[in-house]
Design a protein around this ligand. Structure first.
Ligand SMILES: [Zn+2]
Ligand SMILES: [Zn+2]
Length: 151
């Protein structure tokens, strides 16, 4: 028998850029018999199957690009429309636009209680933060009621 027709797990592993264990595991999984001396001798047909198998695994088809215009990042996963960055923006901010610090807050047109942030109803701090005047008045009124009602 011509030994040149055979290859061994270490040789094939090096060739495929995978571990020897990976080669042996594949052989075992496919019921490939060991030689009498306990070694695998891989015939040409099996080698071809393994090459096809591991080549396909090593280079999965590329993920498509993010669906956002001018974004060339890959999609975050198969079946996803967006790249990781745009997905994160969308889930955190509900928008694909780049968010600036405070943009979230500035975008709000109403206070948490639903009062409008109109110029008349808005206190503005020097650093740009806003406070609802109605809420402040309501809190003051509530405090007054509490004081006025003996426990
Ligand atoms: Zn993107
Ligand atoms: Zn308010």
């Amino acid at each position: 028998m011509n030994s040149a027709a055979w290859t061994s797990p270490p040789v094939l592993a090096d060739d495929l850029g995978i571990t020897r264990q990976g080669v042996r595991a594949w052989l075992k999984r496919h019921g490939y018999p060991k030689d009498d001396d306990g070694f695998y001798r891989i015939d040409a047909a099996t080698e071809a199957r393994m090459r096809a198998h591991f080549a396909a695994r090593k280079t999965p088809p590329p993920l498509g690009p993010c669906s956002v215009d001018e974004c060339d990042r890959p999609r975050r996963s198969r079946g996803a429309e967006l790249c990781a960055l745009h997905h994160q923006r969308m889930s955190r901010h509900g928008t694909l636009e780049r968010s600036l610090p405070g943009q979230n807050q500035r975008a709000k047109t109403h206070c948490p209680k639903g009062h409008p942030y109109t110029p008349e109803n808005t206190y503005r701090f020097a650093d740009g933060r806003r406070r609802c005047r109605r809420c402040r008045l309501d809190r003051a009124a509530a405090a007054k009621r509490t004081r006025a009602t003996p426990a």
